[in-house]
Design a protein around this ligand. Structure first.
Ligand code: MN
Ligand code: MN
Length: 295
């Protein structure tokens, strides 16, 4: 790995860590999610990074992929997962924490268990570069607390401008025993008292550019150019584009999605509608050494 690349990875991580501290102070019960997302994303930019994807603010049984729309009125409550990313020239830091906004013991337990399993997973990564062993550690920590990991959500490798670049770090022992080479990885355990699976819910308003397509509508063409230039292959959301181009952009996004240029993610909902907690850090494995970039 080039030293300049490593510096960008570390800097993105440092910004993510500062933004986490900022966000923890910012979020209070009944704060509009829209305000939280916009402040977190603005803080990332103020500190010299760019959002690697839209800030996810997922409440209770929504495990992931909720980002406020441009006119969102939802208020923060319950068990809130705050998941955001920072990039510098495409070098990503991906981090998440959960927060209890209703002084609820179940929430607190879910949060401490996902945090503990992340800690144990990072310790395991330091001694074994085996993705399944990391997953087994997560599973053991969560199930020893009589909770379940979300089995169809997982950590992932990252490359320049690629949030999910192919290698999975499971939240269970998937028995695949993939070796983790030098590189950048997110580890992200999710804990729940429910059945431990998510299904695809409503469209999230979070997209990424899958492959450029010829489009006739001039606004759609302009939006596609802007997306390619500004986000490359990283996720973005309708809220960002409405802010820049006005609400006419929603029609253009629909057209780009229909043409196959864009993929839109769905919200991910826990199957039994139980609450879900999440904790996430990014690790850099450099010459076999594990560095937690987002701590
Ligand atoms: Mn994340
Ligand atoms: Mn992630």
């Amino acid at each position: 790995m080039k030293e300049t690349e490593k510096q960008k990875i570390l800097k993105a991580g440092e910004i993510a860590s500062q933004v986490s501290e900022y966000a923890k102070k910012l979020i209070k019960p009944n704060t509009p999610l829209l305000e939280i997302a916009e402040k977190i994303e603005a803080k990332i930019i103020e500190l010299g990074g760019k959002p690697a994807f839209p800030c996810n603010l997922s409440i209770n049984d929504i495990a992931a992929h909720y980002t406020p729309s441009h006119d969102d009125k939802t208020l923060a409550l319950g068990l809130l997962k705050v998941d955001f990313g920072v990039h510098i020239d495409g070098f990503i830091a991906d981090t998440a924490f959960s927060i209890d906004l209703e002084a609820n013991e179940e929430n607190k337990k879910l949060i401490s268990v996902s945090e503990q399993s992340l800690k144990n997973a990072i310790e395991k990564a330091k001694e074994s570069k085996n993705a399944s062993e990391i997953g087994r550690t997560i599973q053991k920590t969560i199930s020893s607390n009589r909770l379940s990991p979300i089995i169809n959500l997982s950590g992932h490798s990252m490359e320049k401008y690629e949030l999910h670049s192919g290698i999975t770090i499971p939240n269970i022992d998937d028995k695949k025993n993939v070796a983790l080479d030098d590189g950048l990885y997110a580890i992200e355990p999710f804990a729940t008292a429910g059945s431990g699976k998510v299904y695809d819910g409503k469209p999230s308003g979070i997209y990424f550019l899958k492959s450029r397509k010829p489009v006739r509508n001039p606004l759609a063409r302009q939006i596609q150019d802007f997306i390619e230039e500004e986000y490359e292959t990283l996720p973005f959301c309708s809220r960002w584009l409405v802010k820049k181009f006005g609400s006419g952009v929603l029609f253009a996004l629909k057209e780009l999605e229909t043409s196959g240029a864009l993929h839109q993610f769905e919200q991910l909902i826990e199957v039994s509608h139980a609450k879900v907690s999440q904790a996430e850090h990014t690790i850099l494995i450099d010459k076999g050494e594990v560095i937690v970039t987002t701590e």
